[in-house]
Design a binder for this molecule. Structure first.
Ligand code: WQD
Length: 333
């Protein structure tokens, strides 16, 4: 089967391409390289011994989309192409809505033109806003999002639900990621955002490497054990395998619209992550407590039961694996 992976040069996209190739899927990648580097394609080949077919460009380019679907018999699409930094989205809302929402409208229209109706959508736990309770189940209230990034993901989820209502020939899996961290064990691919990392783990790794003097801990006055933000960190390779399970659901079972949390079910605080990183890698990570970051919430972690029961998906890698693999990637790049 041939899968189109939009944003396939990115952090989660590239790890998913590796797992797709390892599972004998053929892979076509469309990426505008706005937050990734084309060198990732060679690294995917080094890891798997297989190549992907690559198209550079943006999904807003309908001619390019038609070219991709005309030149390749695509069986399903996995859509990663989006901006994803919570803090940045508060500063640049219009760029986030334009990039994260209007592009998928063009993608869906192109899929319709070419009669491809299976899509796995990269959503996010941020659609739950400030959760009423944790752990969070898929039927928890969504909305009340605290940043444009989460709101853009909520908009797309609504678009996909309306699409399915209008035509239940569509086969849709909405995957709500919690906090993906870590890297492939080879150290060849990992989280290397352009510019200063907005997310915790890549910043921690750069402090360990000496690129930054200390980690800014955004607030220690949250209602959590140690006052710092709690999140459900999941190894990016586990997350990638969750996409394989979702694809199997779409290609082997009856059509439908499915929503799954992809997380471990365990919450760790910022200081837990610092301590785990220091222990796993025997290295110091200096930090300073700073004011809270706009758009942040106190605690967010998943109840992963539904993905386990319906997809047979369980995250297996430990926090130590995540810290070790993140540092291994940073050291090698
Ligand atoms: C985690 C914690 C910060 C940086 C992410 C992605 C988003 C989505 C959801 C996939 C928070 C604290 C961070 C730093 C810090 N993922 N922090 N100093 O905000 O949960 O969102 O997960 O869809 O794409 O952005 O992740 O890593 O930015 O923050 O103290 O320098 O670490 O306050 O408590 P977040 P994050």
């Amino acid at each position: 089967m041939k899968i189109l992976v939009t944003g396939g040069c990115g952090y989660i996209g590239s790890h998913t391409c590796v797992e797709l190739l390892n599972n004998n899927y053929e892979v076509v990648v469309l990426d505008n390289l706005s937050n990734s580097n084309i060198s990732v394609l060679d690294k995917i080949k080094k890891i798997t011994g297989k190549s992907v077919k690559f198209y550079e460009g943006n999904m807003i380019d309908t001619d390019l989309l038609d070219k991709v679907f005309t030149e390749n018999k695509i069986d399903a699409v996995i859509d990663f192409a989006a901006y994803k930094a919570v803090g940045e989205s508060v500063e640049k809302p219009i760029e986030y809505y334009k990039n994260n929402v209007s592009t998928i409208l063009e993608l869906i229209l192109a899929m319709k033109r070419h009669n491809v109706k299976k899509i796995v959508f990269s959503s996010s736990a941020t659609v739950y806003g400030t959760p009423d309770e944790v752990p969070i189940k898929e039927d928890a209230k969504t909305g009340g999002t605290t940043n444009p990034y989460g709101t853009s993901k909520l908009f797309v989820e609504k678009i996909l639900k309306d699409l399915y209502k209008s035509d239940n020939e569509w086969d849709i899996a909405i995957l709500r990621y919690f906090n993906p961290i870590g890297a492939h064990e080879s150290g060849l691919i990992g989280e290397s955002p352009n510019g200063v990392p907005a997310n915790l783990m890549p910043y921690v790794a750069k402090v360990a490497k000496g690129e930054f003097e200390f980690l800014r801990v955004f607030g220690n006055d949250y209602e959590t054990n140690d006052g710092t933000g709690v999140r459900d960190y999941i190894h990016v390779v586990d997350l990638a395998n969750g996409h394989i399970k979702a694809l199997e659901k779409l290609t082997k079972e009856e059509k439908g619209l499915y929503i799954y949390n992809l997380g471990t079910g365990t919450g760790y605080s910022v200081l837990d992550i610092v301590k785990a990183f220091e222990k796993a890698n025997n290295i110091k990570v200096p930090y300073k407590i700073m004011p809270r970051r706009a758009g942040d919430i106190a605690a967010c972690y998943s109840d992963p039961t539904k993905a386990k029961e319906e997809l047979g998906f369980v995250a297996t890698k430990t926090l130590e694996d995540m810290c070790r693999d993140a540092w291994n990637f940073e050291k090698n790049n």
